[in-house]
Design a protein around this ligand. Structure first.
Ligand SMILES: C[S@@+](CC[C@H](N)C(=O)[O-])C[C@H]1O[C@@H](n2cnc3c(N)ncnc32)[C@H](O)[C@@H]1O
Length: 313
């Protein structure tokens, strides 16, 4: 075959090929967020069972002034901004001269940030993976201190062993005096955590199943969404909620873009997301381990969630 006829696979296609060939089938949670997935995530944040976003927003709204007063920030960056709804409070406290860089892999999320927050700050969106986006910002930022946001406990989507290396990489893209506001969902009653990822309305199930729909749409796959079910599991040893898509029968799935067939046994799953939960006492160690100094930490009283403000040392 000549080079010209070798199909160029997207990163999504390559990751699907690898993830569905593994002995434990697994896909990165970033692929949950196409336009429909981003809209479904916004709906999740409104669910009575999903107290996490409301806790995060209460803390940010209450402490926005103290956060902004921690430095003379001109640039505010956000990893995985989503719609940026909670960031509104920070931008209002910062004033109109701030430049806001949402970094996200979802076009829909970045478009919402521009539309909703454009009157509060100059919004310069970066369509990129977290670390690539930070490296882009490092090249164009001003000398003044930068405030980096990583909200919604998205840090919990990383494997536990990846957390300190990831935070250390983030630290290397920052300068001494820059600040990092990072949200951590704390361990709480198991039923409460499980319901947050398996709501009675079925929105989280739809969010998870949409990943199969996305592979059908973008990779010409033929997943039968009705023969997979959503499952949320609490893994006590790893202190995480895992989201899985469970194959309800033995089946073969064709992925056209990969010209490959994947076999599923009855009960076999695709592991689509981990949400690690944290202990209050481990947070200062994470800060220190990655080269940050903990300046402040605020905990919500209704839904155990911690908002930590760190400074790059
Ligand atoms: C759980 S949502 C959180 C949104 C918002 N930060 C919040 O707290 O509500 C995760 C967001 O991060 C984005 N995202 C996930 N993985 C990403 C990655 N590796 N790089 C950049 N964005 C990512 C998704 O597109 C989505 O908008």
């Amino acid at each position: 075959m000549g080079i010209a006829s070798v199909p160029v696979l997207s990163a999504f296609a390559r990751d699907v090929a690898e993830g569905l060939s593994a002995s434990v089938k697994k896909l990165s949670p970033q692929y949950l967020y196409d336009d429909l997935g981003s809209a479904l995530f916004e709906a999740i944040t409104l669910l009575p069972e999903y107290g996490l976003t409301r806790a995060d927003e209460r803390l940010i709204a209450r402490h926005a002034r103290a956060i902004i007063d921690a430095g003379d920030f001109e640039t505010i960056c956000e990893l995985g901004s989503g719609s940026g709804r909670k960031t509104r409070h920070i931008l209002e406290a910062a004033g109109r001269d701030a430049v806001y860089h949402p970094i996200d892999v979802s076009d829909a999320a970045l478009a919402t940030c521009k539309r909703e927050l454009g009157t509060l700050a100059r919004v310069e969106a970066v369509h990129a993976d977290w670390v690539d986006g930070l490296r882009t910002i490092r090249r164009k930022r001003s000398e003044a201190p930068l405030l980096l946001l990583f909200l919604g406990s998205s840090i919990g989507n990383l494997d536990r062993a990846e957390i300190i290396p990831f935070l250390t990489t983030v630290r290397t893209t920052l300068r001494p005096g820059d600040c990092f506001l990072i949200g951590f969902d704390l361990v709480k009653d198991v039923d409460r955590m499980l319901e947050a990822y398996d709501d009675a309305t079925g929105v989280t199930a739809a969010f998870n199943l949409n990943l199969l729909g996305r592979m059908n749409r973008e990779l010409q796959a033929d997943f039968d969404l009705r023969s997979f079910t959503h499952e949320a599991r609490w893994n006590a040893d790893a202190r995480r909620i895992e989201m899985h898509l469970v194959s309800s029968r033995a089946q073969r799935v064709w992925v056209g873009a990969l010209e490959s067939e994947f076999l599923f046994e009855a009960g076999e799953t695709i592991w689509t997301e981990s949400s690690h939960k944290f202990l209050r006492d481990e947070l200062a160690g994470l800060a220190r381990g990655a080269g940050f100094k903990e300046l402040n930490i605020w905990i919500d009283s209704e839904w155990p969630f911690a908002e930590a403000l760190w400074r790059a040392e």
